[in-house]
Design a protein around this ligand. Structure first.
Ligand SMILES: NC(=O)c1ccc[n+]([C@@H]2O[C@H](COP(=O)([O-])OP(=O)(O)OC[C@H]3O[C@@H](n4cnc5c(N)ncnc54)[C@H](O)[C@@H]3O)[C@@H](O)[C@H]2O)c1
Length: 252
């Protein structure tokens, strides 16, 4: 049986991480050809092994640092050389540093901006003409940090970058519409991943992180990725929007 994303060449960034791994698996199960990357080579290899166990292949490379624009360009070109086209660009990777604004170092500010928004510009810039040929889809992962502050962590740099992801995506939708490109951002609330699980295992930290989440639990990577799969396949009238998936956090 054909999947909803049958033979769609899908570039997913951050395939060594929690949501990138779930995305690689989900998109492959939907029939997509998945081309990934990560600066965490071990995580990327583990994802490849999980995919192989289901009879799929993870293309792409790691370690690769998308914060270096030449590397981002080379990664996009490698995907096109190998698969001939790009149908979907799923900009999932990011890395942030946290501190109260007056204590945040200049270096940590730039690290966060580089690894949360600069890399989206690079992959999008280099994939754009290929996506235009296919009437492609861009999915950019933002965060509820784009929409609300946090009493728990110093998220000034992170929220600035994730806010930029939302507004960047809106402009991509405007520039892409006449080319058949759709661009959508997704803003998850707190998601349980290997990176966040240690906080969730600490009852005090868990209670603070889930404060205000109506469903009283973190999201699962699979829930975010299911939304992305819908956007990429049946969501053909969605563009320029930010889709919040947060268990009700922003409702109050
Ligand atoms: N986990 C959460 O609670 C949560 C909440 C809201 C939004 N998000 C967003 O979801 C997305 C996925 O995050 P996750 O939860 O899977 O976290 P994660 O840390 O498990 O995965 C992110 C991956 O991106 C990779 N990466 C970061 N910078 C990179 C670069 N410059 N080049 C190549 N790879 C790079 C990391 O190595 C990591 O494997 C991110 O954009 C994150 O900001 C996460």
């Amino acid at each position: 049986m054909k999947g909803r994303l049958q033979d769609k060449v899908t570039l997913i960034t951050g395939t060594g991480g929690g949501q990138g791994r779930a995305a690689a698996l989900r998109f492959a199960r939907e029939g997509a050809i998945v081309f990934g990357c990560d600066f965490n080579a071990e995580g990327h290899r583990e994802t490849a092994a999980l995919m192989e166990a289901e009879g799929f292949r993870l293309y792409g490379s790691a370690p690769l640092d998308l914060g270096e624009h030449e590397h981002a360009k080379a990664w996009i070109e490698a995907a096109v050389a190998e698969h001939g086209r790009i149908d979907i660009l799923y900009n999932n990777a990011s890395a942030a540093r946290f501190a109260p604004v007056h204590e945040m170092s200049i270096e940590d500010w730039h690290y966060t901006i580089r690894n949360e928004i600069d890399l989206l510009f690079y992959t999008t810039k280099y994939a754009w003409n290929h996506l235009a040929r296919q009437g492609g889809v861009i999915i950019n992962v933002s965060s509820t940090a784009a929409w609300g502050g946090s009493r728990v962590a110093g998220i000034a740099a992170h929220s600035a970058a994730k806010g930029a992801v939302v507004s960047f995506t809106r402009q991509l939708a405007v520039e892409g519409a006449s080319l058949g490109i759709r661009a959508v951002s997704i803003s998850p609330g707190f998601v349980a991943t290997p990176g966040t699980r240690e906080f969730l295992e600490n009852p005090k930290a868990r209670a603070m992180l889930l404060d205000g989440v109506l469903l009283d639990r973190p999201g699962e990577p699979e829930e975010v990725v299911a939304l992305a799969a819908f956007v990429a396949s049946e969501g053909s009238f969605i563009t320029g929007s930010d889709l919040v998936i947060d268990g009700g956090l922003l409702a109050i």
